[in-house]
Design a protein around this ligand. Structure first.
Ligand code: C2E
Ligand code: MG
Ligand code: MG
Length: 561
């Protein structure tokens, strides 16, 4: 008896013998230290008082089942009140016993402290559902919560929700120019701001990269969702300082509401994402609400993309040539080749549209190659037909993707050889934004083409953010002042100053300046007065078909008044 008693008293796990009515009869030392009470304090009191109130109910149900013999024993994990009433996790095993002393049946409880295991599990769970950098919910967590919200609103349409999809407008720039640490700092700050500007019931998640999502639940109407989205934008438009550089995070936000009757999480995310793309395309820093016409747009874009794939082979593409003139004295010096696509059903498609489409879908290489071959071939034939055309040059637009491939250099070399046209007659135009966005790669390809003798021009100059220090080192021959400055020459006096500044810049760097989009005689005379050497525009000539160029070369060029 004494040996058994000793085994009970000194056992490493907490034990209690409890009467049928739940009152403690006996406890061991391990239980006393687990709940930080003496044996005298425990005996005679209900066992339930040692447990967290929230867990008493389920525990009692199980204990009753053992007492009325429907269960042999049970084990469960629950919260107990440990040292100083602090919550601790225990694993409880309970079994029944017959008391020979005539008290009837009772229960034996064995308790294990599992607090540290529980904490570790909690940490693992946290990691599985949170983003390591910002500690916001991650994609997994967002997905699961959204799944519940979708299900709830399917059962009851009054249970409205909205999903906001956010993409930072300047993350790549910060990452590229200030480094990854700065990028992380920006993400961290954005996470904090988002977290603080929503309601406690809303879920903010980082889906990856610079993409965030917010789930708004218990929404009364769409307006309150839009108001919250606007608040998010306002909060993100406050500048912050990273390594002494002031950065405005800014974001584009797409939003969609459960009223559209979603059935799956993927449908919701797809629509919020589409709306976000619309927001970005519409000029960033905006909130756009999803509507179903966006699906049609995507479908149409896909159809157009697939049509474009056949366009080159089926002869739907052509090139128009817009003459370039020296302004004083007035004479034709060359052409800019402009791609044209006449769709068999839709008619002409704007180059702004199909060039962007070709870039996105990886068709731009084929398109550029075709244009270069066609335009240089055309120039060669004019040079053969008209001796006075010997000095004419050809400008061809290329896109950023073209500069990233080395095959462009071989292609250009081959085309120039085939048509026996000197490299100096060919000028490749790159828009300022494209060039500044990928200087590193661009410089390599440009360097090689430059060695061949090919020239370069910066297109749409003034609309990007050229780093002036770079500009002096780039292998550029000319700057084309963007149309928007020429158009507003009369209305906005500051445009005159901009044109003058570009001219000065060109002069000091030894680069020629070309004015685009001259439409009126007043613009022309203003540009002449300022001393702009070269220009193009509807006033001087619209882009022409090859036969029209031939007519022009036949009759010679007339000076516009
Ligand atoms: P860009 O290179 O700046 O070409 C000049 C654009 O201005 C052309 O538009 C031309 O038709 C238009 N333009 C010329 N004079 C005037 C004028 O007086 N007033 C107005 N309002 N517009 C004038 P287009 O042909 O629609 O081309 C648009 C853009 O598409 C081009 O801008 C160029 O960036 C791109 N693009 C055109 N062809 C090609 C190509 O073969 N390859 C690449 N990568 N891009 C091309
Ligand atoms: Mg151009
Ligand atoms: Mg331009």
């Amino acid at each position: 008896q004494q040996r058994f008693m000793a085994a009970f008293t000194h056992a490493a796990i907490g034990m209690a013998i409890v009467r049928k009515d739940g009152v403690i009869l006996q406890v061991n030392m391990a239980l006393c230290s687990l709940v930080a009470r003496t044996g005298a304090e425990l005996v005679g009191r209900p066992f339930n008082q040692l447990l967290h109130v929230g867990d008493v109910g389920p525990f009692q149900r199980q204990a009753r089942a053992v007492l009325d013999s429907s269960e042999e024993s049970f084990s469960m994990e629950l919260r107990a009140l440990g040292v100083g009433g602090a919550e601790c996790w225990v694993s409880v095993h309970c079994s029944r016993y017959e008391d020979p002393a005539g008290v009837g049946e009772g229960l034996i409880y064995q308790l294990h402290d599992i607090t540290s295991r529980h904490l570790a599990e909690g940490r693992l769970l946290h990691i599985a559902y949170h983003d390591g950098l910002t500690d916001l919910a991650n994609r997994n967590c967002f997905h699961e919560r959204l799944e519940v919200a979708v299900e709830r609103s399917r059962l009851d349409a009054e249970q409205r929700f909205a999903v906001l999809f956010l993409d930072l407008d300047r993350f790549k720039m910060v990452n590229d120019s200030l480094g990854h640490m700065a990028g992380n700092q920006l993400l961290h700050e954005v996470a904090q701001r988002l977290h603080h500007c929503v309601r406690p019931i809303d879920l903010v998640a980082r889906l990856g990269g610079d993409e965030f999502a917010i789930l708004l639940e218990s929404l009364h109407d769409a307006e309150s969702g839009m108001r919250l989205a606007q608040r998010v934008l306002d909060v993100l438009s406050q500048p912050l300082s990273i390594h002494g550089t002031e950065v405005v995070p800014g974001a584009s936000v797409g939003i969609t509401f459960s009223d559209l009757g979603y059935r799956t999480v993927d449908e919701v995310l797809r629509d919020a994402d589409l709306a976000m793309y619309e927001a970005k395309a519409g000029g960033r820093g905006r909130v756009v609400m999803f509507d179903s016409s966006m699906h049609e747009k995507v479908a149409e874009k896909l159809a157009l993309e697939s049509d474009l794939r056949h366009a080159i082979g089926e002869g739907q593409l052509s090139v128009h040539f817009q003459p370039l003139f020296e302004l004083e004295p007035y004479r034709l010096i060359g052409f800019e080749a402009l791609a044209r696509w006449t769709h068999p059903q839709r008619g002409p498609v704007s180059p702004e549209v199909f060039i962007a489409l070709a870039e996105e879908s990886g068709r731009i290489e084929a398109l550029t190659d075709w244009i270069i071959d066609h335009a240089v071939g055309q120039l060669a034939s004019w040079r053969r037909l008209y001796p006075q055309a010997g000095s004419l040059g050809m400008h061809i637009n290329i896109s950023g993707r073209d500069l990233e491939r080395t095959s462009l250099v071989d292609r250009v070399r081959q085309v120039l050889e085939t048509h026996a046209v000197p490299a100096s007659s060919l000028t490749l135009e790159i828009t300022e934004t494209t060039l500044m966005g990928r200087l590193e790669v661009a410089l390599q390809t440009m360097g090689q083409l430059r060695e061949l003798g090919v020239r370069f021009s910066i297109d749409d100059f003034g609309t990007g953010y050229s780093s002036l220090s770079y500009l002096s080192t780039l292998p550029i021959d000319s700057l084309k002042i963007d149309r928007s400055f020429v158009m507003g020459l009369q209305e906005k006096p500051q445009n005159v100053e901009i044109v003058r500044a570009v001219l000065n810049l060109g002069q000091s760097l030894g680069r020629r300046v070309i004015a685009e989009g001259i439409e009126t005689p007043r613009q022309l005379s203003a540009l002449r007065e300022l001393g702009v050497p070269v220009g193009q525009g509807y006033l001087l000539s619209r882009p022409l078909r090859a036969e029209q160029v031939q007519d022009l070369l036949d009759v010679g060029v007339v000076l516009p008044n």
